[in-house]
Design a protein. Structure first.
Length: 149
């Protein structure tokens, strides 16, 4: 007797990934390849080895993550992000820190932060074809779940 297992089929749809930063939705105008990276600044756990070989494991409570958002130069989101960056740069004490949410509407992936800001504006390249703009944001993640999709 042969046991037959039918593999699951999963679907990914980039148009179902949404990002909301300071109340502004970014859900269109993404670059053609990798368009969003979420990268932790530090390891979750570290360790130290003593002279006698004893190992101490410690938790790193650094929740800072770097978000890299890659948009087509034609994306309306560039103008909105520029407005936030300008406000932050030109306001004493800053005004560009706010919440950020990234969610896959078809899956269970979710990242949320109460504190997020633009840390680096994109390099601007102009050519015959549309280019991309790469925005760097810094977020202190409150919740992070790498789900399916």
């Amino acid at each position: 007797m042969t046991l037959s297992i039918t593999p699951a089929v999963r679907n990914w749809d980039a148009s179902q990934l949404v990002m909301v930063f300071m109340g502004i939705g970014v859900s269109t105008g993404f670059d053609e390849d990798d368009f969003l990276d979420v990268e932790p600044e530090a390891e979750t756990f570290g360790h130290k080895v003593g002279a006698d070989g004893e190992i101490a494991r410690f938790r790193n409570n650094n929740r800072v993550n770097k978000l890299t958002l890659k948009l087509l130069q034609t994306s309306v989101a560039n103008s909105l992000l520029s407005a936030i960056a300008n406000l932050d740069q030109n306001t004493p004490g800053g005004a560009g820190i706010g919440p950020c949410l990234i969610q896959d509407l078809q899956g269970t992936t979710l990242f949320s932060a109460q504190f997020c800001w633009i840390s680096k504006r994109p390099k601007r390249t102009f050519a015959r074809e549309a280019k991309s703009r790469e925005w760097e944001l810094t977020c202190v993640l409150d919740e992070e779940h790498d789900g399916n999709n």
